[in-house]
Design a protein around this ligand. Sequence first.
Ligand code: IMP
Ligand code: MG
Length: 179
Amino acid sequence: MQRVTLKDKTFVPYITSDKISASVKQLAQKINTDLVNDMPLFLVVLNGSFMFAADLLKEVTIPCEISFIKLASYHGTSSTGTVTEMIGLTEEIKGRTVVVVEDIVDTGVTLEKLVALLTKKEVKQIKVASFLLKPEAYKKDIAVDYVGMEIPNDFVVGYGLDYDGLGRNMKEIFVLESK
Ligand code: IMP
Ligand code: MG
């Protein structure tokens, strides 16, 4: 893995694709055990989660449905703290077990807003699966039930995560180089 430059920033290798797939598989196995009788609806939060969701759901073997929504809150390398509405949810979700699929939970502002929107729709239960979690930044009480990896409060790209729209296609995760 080489360092990469995206616009004005340089990133260094951080999590290899082997480590990523090992933790995604473990996470899927937990979901397969826990939710075997729930017929969950996986709600993939675009854009960042597309790669994690594809890998995760290939390993999820229980009966389930998959849908995609979009929210936006992030500009550059720090969270703006505001989240717009949820776009694209057409499924009837009342009474369902919904598994929110996130790329990363940072401050948790996005997650909190999304959980509030879903709660209004009278779902049966909400589970949260996030590939990455930044425990030092996370300020909310909502349980993140399935976490691939915990990372320090650093800015990362790759595996779906972007810096200003770039880097989502990289299959490894890179971290901003410390100066
Ligand atoms: P939160 O609302 O602060 O939890 O941040 C939510 C969103 O910010 C995530 O879904 C990501 O899209 C983005 N984000 C947070 N941390 C990072 C990062 O380190 N790299 C890229 N995007 C990030
Ligand atoms: Mg996201």
